[in-house]
Ligand binder design. Structure first.
Ligand code: HEC
Ligand code: HEC
Length: 205
């Protein structure tokens, strides 16, 4: 099976310009074709991505408070300024909507340092079950392979989700002096596919 997703299609659907030239290929590997050692090595790279500020700042738990962390914020990780709280809605419906400041805009000005990222109309916190901020590799590994906590996704669904989500394309090309997530989106997708073909091993197995 070979599924090709072309950036061209994304462009036609008028996704943001910086996603348009990113062509991601999802080529599943035969189940069992990756041994668990290589699967665990793929997991280690996946963890470097999921624990990176470009991902974990939104993947926070029941505090409902997004984080500001990473080199561009200087100093220690801190809660999002201006008392922002996403509430249980995870979009700030109970307080101030995330879209008030994070509305989608196709202008380069929003990529100035310390400007709010404005890359997706539905900018919001990840589901509370997908809490990654400050969590260990073992914890995130167990979460990401647990359908009850990962939005009922197989690893192939996870790979497809990564391709489709414009926020993810932003994380590897954030501009505004923000540090991109490590590796590349394509390498991350490949690692998910390798980890999956190895049976989604975790170090705790
Ligand atoms: C703007 C906030 C935001 C950022 C930044 C973000 N995510 Fe997410 N993430 C979400 C939301 C919202 C969902 C739920 C989407 C859905 O279920 O359709 C989600 C769901 C996911 C899922 C689905 C599986 C699960 O465990 O819930 C994966 C995988 C994922 N994100 C990976 C990433 C990675 C990798 C990065 C960084 C490269 C990242 N995300 C950065 C908001 C974010
Ligand atoms: C009053 C305006 C405002 C509101 C409302 C707001 N934000 Fe932000 N947000 C910002 C600004 C400005 C930044 C960038 C700050 C900087 O770089 O110093 C930011 C940055 C972020 C970041 C860090 C992105 C990164 O990795 O660098 C996340 C995550 C985030 N916001 C999530 C949210 C969520 C979720 C909501 C809704 C609950 C929300 N924000 C509501 C203004 C806002």
């Amino acid at each position: 099976m070979r599924i090709m997703h072309l950036g061209v299609i994304a462009a036609l659907l008028s996704t943001p310009i910086w996603a348009a030239d990113t062509e991601i290929e999802i080529t599943p590997l035969p189940e069992g074709s990756v041994n668990s050692e290589d699967g665990l090595a793929a997991w280690d790279r996946i963890y470097q991505v999921t624990s990176h500020p470009r991902c974990s700042n939104c993947h926070v738990g029941a505090s409902n408070v997004p984080m500001w962390s990473g080199p561009s914020y200087g100093g220690k990780p801190r809660p999002h300024g201006m008392n922002v709280n996403a509430g249980e809605s995870r979009i700030g419906a109970e307080y101030v909507l995330c879209s008030t400041c994070h509305a989608y805009r196709e202008v380069t000005g929003t990529r100035l340092p310390h400007a709010a990222p404005q890359v997706a109309a539905d900018w919001r916190l990840a589901p509370v079950e997908a809490e990654w901020f400050g969590k260990s590799s073992d914890y995130i590994c167990a979460q990401l392979r647990d359908p009850a906590r990962n939005g009922d996704r197989s690893y192939l669904d996870v790979a497809a989700h990564l391709e489709h989500d414009v926020i993810l394309h932003w994380a590897w090309d954030p501009g505004a002096k923000r540090e991109p997530a490590p590796f590349s989106l394509q390498e991350h997708v490949n690692d998910i596919l390798a980890w999956g073909a190895a049976g989604m091993p975790c170090a705790t197995d």
